[in-house]
Design a protein around this ligand. Structure first.
Ligand code: HEM
Length: 525
């Protein structure tokens, strides 16, 4: 992006002004300035030549790169959804460009091309220099080591069935504490309840009671996500070598220190116990310790990985579920009786023997039964389809020039993404796509049914391809458990005169998280 280049040039200009070449040839500041300006113009010309083949949305027609992107970004920030729709309508079979204030994005509308760029090697189309600048906001170890991805995909997923009793117990405890048993309609800040519930359930299952019942840690983990967003926006335009320092001046620095203070001693205890061969909890902390490469097996680096996983798991699960609950509260009569009936039917059918070997005899619901809740699955999938968090999905950085099979070249530098929001509202893919149709997916033929955990280029909530979210199996079971207990225990509806709405800021689309709903004990309780 032009602004970025300009800043870099200014920086180089200052440091070169003191430069003396060998053999006593001194370069005057004027010469350096001229070289930098020529370099800037040359690079701009090359970039402009390479990128101008990709059609842009909302750019001015004046052929000056930074003026074009500046106009484009001003328009995009004002009407992001309209820009995305326009790009998709005009270039559905190809690629279009949009500008954000800090950088340019290549939006790949064609589904075959989405598959192509997702199949490119990581050093060409990279996840690392990502939207959240994780190597600076969370820590470099995360960017360098990916062992946690396999741990989540395998060990966490395999542990779901055995964790269900613990999860349900924590959900019940959180509901008792934060909602109680109101016999009359009572206003409840449901998003707060759900996010706290998810934080507590995850920390209990993954790391044990010491973290799950540490309010300071949970509170920090909940606020962590927003501070990472603020920090990533603040540091993105600095040169890479300055970003680690710039992060000190953002709120994430204080939060990271606080998390470290709590976490590092706990992880250290676990490392010591493991080294001495003492009995330890069989949980995510332990699986991470076991999977970490030797150089990564320190309390500091394991703690960093835990913080990163908190960041990826708590808010995404919480906000997705809150979005679905707002929809439920908007149309309680249409959906609540049918979802309760399905739950009752499934619970009255005993699990197939042998399929739930890890379920305890007193378990109230099993993983197998959660999998049979087709209406609930469809309801959650529909909520994710219509109300994703972002207008752009599977976002990556083009680290090296990338050539599509039709010859289109994307130069190194910009972000690349798929327009998930508009794809998921495409009438050629979904009938009446702008309507919330909670049981839409139950009408699909059994073998071809889209489920919440399915990923495809038409359903991008959890990403797609080899980096698709490895925690989605855990997240979906957790969401179903929370929703099932909510339906069993409470009636819900919107406060008259209110309606769920979303704030769209640039590429982000978030639910109004302060919206309260009315809740009371269900009439049958
Ligand atoms: C509803 C909840 C969740 C949503 C919507 C979600 C969404 C996503 C998305 C969109 C990606 C990027 C995929 C891509 O670009 O292709 C991702 C990656 C990831 N998610 Fe999730 N996630 C959720 C829950 C979780 C949970 C519970 C965990 C851990 C227990 C988790 C761990 C991860 C990890 C480790 C990655 C990085 C994968 C990689 O680098 O290959 N997520 N998630």
């Amino acid at each position: 992006m032009a602004f970025q280049r300009l800043d870099m040039s200014m920086f180089h200009l200052e440091s070169f002004s003191a430069l003396n070449l060998p053999l006593g040839v001194a370069i005057s500041p004027q010469t350096v300035a001229l070289l930098v300006v020529l370099g800037f113009i040359g690079k701009w010309a090359l970039d402009y030549h390479a990128q101008s083949k990709i059609p842009a949305i909302g750019y001015s027609s004046i052929p000056i790169s930074f003026l074009q992107t500046w106009t484009g970004s001003k328009g995009f920030m004002r009407q992001p959804i309209e820009f995305m729709k326009e790009g998709y309508r005009k270039h559905k079979a190809s690629i279009f460009r949009i500008a954000m204030p800090d950088q340019e994005w290549m939006i790949v509308a064609d589904q075959a091309k989405i598959t192509e760029y997702l199949s490119a090697p990581d050093d060409v189309i990279s996840m690392d220099d990502s939207l959240f600048q994780t190597q600076y906001t969370v820590g470099k170890a995360i960017a360098d080591n990916k062992f946690h991805v396999a741990v989540v995909r395998t060990s966490v997923t395999q542990s779901i069935a055995a964790s269900i009793d613990t999860m349900r117990e924590e959900i019940r405890r959180t509901f008792d504490e934060l909602i109680g048993s109101p016999s009359n309609w009572t206003e409840i800040p449901i998003n707060d309840v759900i996010v706290k519930c998810v934080a507590r359930v995850n920390n209990m299952v993954f790391y044990g009671p010491e973290l799950a019942y540490n309010d300071a840690y949970n509170d920090n983990a909940i606020k962590w996500a927003m501070d990472v967003v603020i920090a990533s926006i603040s540091v993105r335009n600095y040169p890479n070598w300055l970003k680690s320092f710039a992060v000190w001046f953002t709120p994430i620095h204080r939060r990271r220190k606080m998390a470290d203070n709590i976490l590092v001693p706990i992880v250290q205890q676990r490392l010591d116990a493991t080294a001495k061969g003492e009995p330890v909890r069989d949980d995510l902390m332990q699986w991470l310790i076991e999977a970490a490469p030797p150089a990564q097996k320190t309390a500091k680096l394991i703690a960093e990985t835990i913080i990163f996983l908190d960041l990826g798991s708590i808010h995404s699960t919480g906000l997705n579920l809150s979005t679905a609950v707002y929809q439920l509260a908007a149309e309680p009569d249409k959906y609540i009786p049918a979802l309760r009936q399905e739950l009752a039917d499934v619970l009255s059918t005993p699990p197939t023997p042998g399929q739930e070997s890890s379920a305890s005899p007193q378990q109230t619901i099993t993983k197998q039964q959660l999998g049979q809740l087709e209406k609930m699955d469809s309801f959650l999938t529909e909520s994710g389809r219509l109300f994703p968090f972002s207008l752009a999905h599977v976002s990556r950085r083009v680290a090296k020039p990338f050539r599509f099979s039709d010859g289109t070249v994307i130069p190194a530098g910009p972000m690349i993404a798929a327009p998930g929001y508009v794809i998921q509202r495409d009438p050629e893919i979904y009938e009446n796509p702008e309507d919330f149709d909670g049981f839409r997916f139950t009408r699909q033929a059994a073998g071809k049914r889209m489920h919440m955990v399915s990923t495809s280029t038409e359903n991008l909530l959890f990403g797609h391809g080899r980096h698709a979210c490895p925690g989605r199996f855990f997240a979906v079971n957790e969401m179903k458990l929370i929703l099932a207990l909510l339906l069993e225990r409470y009636d819900i509806k919107l406060i008259p005169g209110t309606a769920p709405y979303r704030a769209v800021i640039g590429l982000l689309s978030l639910p109004e998280s302060n919206l309260k709903i009315l809740m009371r004990l269900a009439s049958s309780n």
